[in-house]
Design a protein around this ligand. Structure first.
Ligand code: PNW
Length: 448
């Protein structure tokens, strides 16, 4: 066995990164509209006002997916397009847009995978404290209820949150992402707990309202590669480690309560009082709330063992292969990471993002040649195949990204797409890697 017959080959995007139409058809402002319009926040001073103009060009983009044989499309909903103030008033034009998108996908036999929250909180809710407000789980439940009611007749697959580590870590601690905060440790913990509570409530609503719903949550992973056979335990330990001041970017803080129904002991030891604000009732909703785990993976640590038997992150040699994000290219990480996830949580796993930024441009022949990306995807997929062959319950893989798009604080300089976007004309050009991926999809990875 390599990839199972029903393995889902997809591509992924997110609302703020591609849609544009930021102030059209009744959409309310969100925290990324506010952040990008604040001078100095985005490397190239760009905004998502137009982005890839997917809002108007979604039908063309779906045709491209159909040409590439893509079986599933992971996209996120813009909360403030549906509920301009975040709660209360509904914007019918927002519902109409996503209905058209979903219907068009289904017409081409492409399965929609909806992400409810890919970082674009309605600005009105941020004014009330965003995820720091203890009402935020209720806001998210209201939004999830609307999503289930409007789209649940045609969509079965949902993830509540994309990468809580990154939107809380970069948005509420480091401050490089919207809303640009740098909270104190206790405040950060409480806000993160609101996100977990919101997840629990939304998962319940989706399971109750959608027939055969499959609900997941996607985490950001920096995987771990044991340096030698003797370092496997060190790598595993580092991967799931957490403790005082070291939880927001970690794995077990988020996934242990959701799958195992309890917080990791080191956190109970130092944040017992704060964690007690998660009531047994909250925990009942958070615990066992998902049907699959989504993993986004780009890079990994190399892990050895120090003289005291503790894990240590090893420095890689000068000139180590890197992407245009300056992230190390580490294909074996996806093998070890999915394996460790499987062993700890025993859950179906989807890779919900994987890909690389590269300095792509249109060549004289009018094509976009990106052999680096083909090689990158090839190596990562071979390692994923190895994990599948060793029994990791892998259900699907979503390439990040379908289109070049707005890469958050980096703006448009970083191109992640298998489809090139000319931001002057908005014209799309399928890159060589797009055609290569089509062959992988058609052969279910047998050609890797
Ligand atoms: C993910 N890190 O973000 C997001 O889900 C996407 O929206 C984004 O475009 C993509 O990966 C590429 O960056 C990440 O610092 C942001 O390790 C930062 C990190 C990882 C993922």
């Amino acid at each position: 066995m390599s990839f199972r017959d029903e393995f889902v080959w997809g591509a992924a995007t997110a609302s703020y990164q591609i849609e544009g139409a930021a102030f059209e058809d009744g959409k309310g402002a969100n925290i990324w509209d506010v952040f990008t319009h604040t001078p100095g926040k985005i490397a190239d001073n760009s905004t998502g006002d137009v982005a890839c103009d997917h809002y108007h060009r979604f039908a063309d983009d779906i045709q491209i997916m159909a040409r590439l044989g893509i079986k599933a499309y992971r996209f996120s909903l813009s909360w403030s397009r549906l509920l301009p103030e975040g709660t209360g008033r509904i914007n019918q034009k927002g519902i109409d847009f996503y209905n058209s998108l979903i219907d068009e996908l289904l017409a081409y036999g492409i399965e929609p995978y909806i992400t409810l929250y890919h970082w674009d909180l309605p600005a009105n809710l941020q004014k009330q404290g965003g995820w720091q407000n203890e009402k935020s789980p209720e806001w998210f439940e209201e939004y999830a209820t609307l999503v289930a009611r409007c789209f649940g007749d045609r969509v079965r697959y949902f993830t509540t949150f994309n990468e809580p580590q990154v939107f809380m870590g970069c948005g509420y601690l480091v401050g490089e992402h919207a809303p640009g905060l740098s909270l104190r440790d206790e405040e950060l913990m409480l806000a993160c707990l609101n996100v977990l509570k919101a997840h629990g409530r939304a998962a319940k609503v989706l399971h109750n309202m959608v027939v055969e719903a499959r609900v997941g949550l996607t985490v950001a992973t920096t995987m771990v590669i044991p340096d030698t056979k003797e370092d496997v335990e060190s790598a595993r330990e580092l991967f799931f480690e957490t403790g005082k001041g070291n939880y927001v970017f970690m794995q077990s803080f988020w996934m242990d309560p959701i799958v195992l129904g309890r917080f990791p002991q080191p956190l109970l030891d130092c944040y017992g009082d704060l964690l007690a604000s998660v009531t047994p009732g909250d925990m009942a909703l958070i615990s066992k709330s998902i049907d699959f785990i989504g993993l986004n993976n780009y890079t990994s640590h190399q892990v050895g063992t120090d003289a005291n038997g503790r894990p240590e992150i090893l420095t890689r040699h000068r000139g180590f292969p890197k992407t245009a994000m300056n992230w190390d290219i580490t294909p074996e990480g996806i093998y070890w990471g999915t394996k460790f996830y499987h062993e700890r949580y025993h859950m179906p796993i989807y890779i919900t993002e994987n890909g690389m930024a590269n300095g792509d441009f249109v060549s004289q022949d009018g094509k976009v040649h990106d052999p680096q990306r083909i090689d990158f995807l090839h190596r990562y997929l071979l390692n994923l195949k190895r994990a599948a062959e060793e029994g990791v319950d892998l259900r699907g893989y979503f390439q990040w990204s379908l289109l070049d798009n707005f890469e958050w604080a980096c703006g448009y300089d970083k191109r992640f797409g298998i489809v090139y976007v000319d931001y002057e004309t908005l014209e799309r050009t399928i890159k060589d890697s797009g055609y290569w991926y089509r062959d992988v999809v058609f052969q279910n990875g047998e050609n890797l």
